[in-house]
Design a protein around this ligand. Structure first.
Ligand code: NAP
Length: 341
């Protein structure tokens, strides 16, 4: 890539391993706009659990090193390349991190944890007035996915009981806020007293600490055992992106005809299965992957109208970005960690 003597600060991953393999460079080559692309001055970027997986390495994904990490970003266009129509310098944009040709930004090509980023023009979404860079940058991977899973797929409705595992994280807080927005009653499962309080403040009717309480038994005691011959007992919807040991207990507390929504598997993608629950209770297992521009536009509209606010745990400078990812890795955040390069 053409460098022209210009450099920038960037958080770069050189090899798979741990957080120590992330390096903050002050002299990383600054990108120049290629045909069909723009360069954005990144004003805010946010971390996801996906970044932890990128650092560790995931089976089947061959990351081209060195790579600037960070999937989510928002900023201003600083340079417009040839063959780009409809975008101008200074425009405020959110980036959909899915690049149609190469895959995910921050993984298969440079991402948002840097001062500048090269972005294909078809990945840009205009940020409406009244939406801050920090809020926009917290949306795509976590809240966009939650929006697709609950709203676009039309899975959660007014008055339903929705149990959410891992409720304090990015996708989790997105699910809590959106389920409340849709009029559902939320049971938020998390892992500390502090997170319980934060989730109560977000509107959850019930909060459980999964270190002290078996969520599945709790739900059966509270709402009754799901019945095979009626729609009594259990919860209407259970949201599980944790996988692992939580999978079978999840199936046991959903009412007949209820839904289990899945978009990830933080604690293991090949859990023990118990098919009896799926057929006996006519459960619907609904997968959801990723997010589309419509999800991100809809969320930004809600923010601009004052009807939705992303949960941002903290905003850090690029110099402290690595600590931000550690907080996510060690489950010490409520919502999103935003970085302002
Ligand atoms: N398919 C897609 O398009 C898509 C998009 C986004 C995310 N995802 C996936 O969804 C999952 C959540 O992503 P995220 O960015 O929201 O992550 P996150 O912000 O780190 O939140 C995950 C939450 O799960 C809980 N958790 C973390 N590690 C755990 C473990 N080992 N065992 C049990 N619970 C654990 C924690 O909540 P508590 O402390 O409250 O329990 C944590 O806050 C990830 O697996 C991610 O890969 C998939």
């Amino acid at each position: 890539m053409a460098i022209l003597g210009t450099t920038m600060k960037a958080l770069v991953l050189r090899r798979h391993g741990g957080l120590d393999d992330l390096e903050l460079l002050a002299d990383h080559p600054r990108p120049r706009a290629l045909p069909g692309h723009v360069v954005i001055r990144v004003r805010a970027s946010s971390f996801n659990y996906h970044d932890v997986f990128t650092v560790r390495g995931m089976p089947g994904i061959k990351v081209p090193f060195p790579v600037v990490i960070g999937l989510d970003m928002a900023g201003e266009i600083s340079e417009v390349g040839p063959d780009v129509a409809g975008w101008g310098v200074g425009e405020r944009v959110l980036v959909n991190p899915v690049n149609r040709k190469k895959g995910l930004m921050g993984e298969m090509l440079d991402g948002g944890m840097a001062e500048y980023c090269l972005v294909a023009a078809d990945q840009l979404i205009s940020i409406p007035e009244g939406v801050r860079f920090e809020d926009a940058a917290s949306l795509p991977v976590a809240y966009g996915t939650a929006h697709r899973m609950l709203v676009t797929h039309d899975t959660v409705h007014n008055g339903e009981r929705v149990l959410i595992l891992g409720a304090s994280g990015g996708v989790g807080t997105g699910c809590v806020i959106l389920a409340r927005h849709l009029g559902a009653e939320v049971i938020a499962c998390t892992s500390s007293a502090q997170k319980m309080q934060a989730l109560k403040d977000m509107g959850a009717s019930e909060v459980l600490n999964v270190n002290d309480v078996d969520f599945s038994r709790w739900a059966v005691e509270k709402y009754g055992k799901p019945q095979r011959r009626s729609h009594e007992g259990g919860v209407d919807v259970l949201i599980n992106f944790t996988g692992g040991d939580t999978w079978v207990p999840s199936l046991r507390c959903v009412k007949r005809g209820g839904k289990v929504l899945v978009c990830g598997a933080t604690a293991g993608y090949d859990p023990k299965e118990d098919l009896r629950y799926i057929w006996s209770f006519e459960l619907k297992i609904i997968g959801s992957n990723s997010f589309y521009d419509e999800d991100l536009r809809a969320l930004m509209r809600l923010i601009a109208e004052g009807r939705f606010k992303p949960a941002i745990d903290r905003v850090l400078p690029l110099e402290e970005a690595r600590e931000g990812l550690r907080l996510i890795q060690d489950r010490e955040v409520i919502g999103k960690v935003v970085v302002t390069p």
